[in-house]
Ligand binder design. Sequence first.
Ligand code: URA
Length: 197
Amino acid sequence: MDDGKAAAWAALERECGMCRACSLAETRTRLVFGDGARDAKIMFIGEGPGQREDEQGVPFVGPAGKLLDDMLKMTGLNREKVYIANIVKCRPPGNRDPLNTERDLCLPWLRRQTALIRPKLMICLGRIAARAIISEDFRITRDHGQWFQRKGIFMTAIYHPSALLRDLSKRPETFEDLRAIRDKIREICPATELELP
Ligand code: URA
C-alpha cells in the first residue's frame, strides 16, 4: 500500500475512534473499526460488535466469528484475503439491534472504508447489514443469495453466523449461497487465490 493510502487509513481510524455521534460510544469498551486486508477485493459486513468484539476491538472473534472463519474457508478464503467490518462500530448494549439513528450516524465510516478499499464484492451478513447496504425492504429469508449491483460492486447477503448457530435448518441454504459466492469470486476476482480442499 502506498504512503498516501496508509496515511488515509490511519487518519480515518483515528477520526472514527474520536466519534461521539451517538450514545454507543459511551457504553462501549473498544471501538471495532474493522479487520483484514485493506486492499481486499471482497468485504464482509456484519451488524455490530458483540461482547468479545467489544473487549478485543476486533470484529467476529466470538462464537459467531468461529463459524464465520469456517464459512470463509468454504469459499476458499481466510481473514487475510478479505476485509471484515460492521454496520455500527460500537457494541449496542446487551447485543440489541442497532437503532436506525445509530446505523445512519455510523454508516459514513463504512462508506469511507469502502471508498479506500474499492471492493468488487460485498457480502452482507444478516438482515441488518442487508437492509443498510442493499435495500431497506430486504427480507433475508426471501432474498438471501440473490445478487445485486450497486456502484459497480456486486453484493449479496447470507444468513448471519449467529442465526446459523441458533438455527441449524438454515445451514443447507447457506452452503448453497457460499458455493455461489465462491463461483462469483472466480468470475469477478480471478486473481484472488482460493484455497479449496
Ligand atoms: N456479530 C456481528 O455482526 N459482528 C461482529 O463483529 C460480531 C458478531
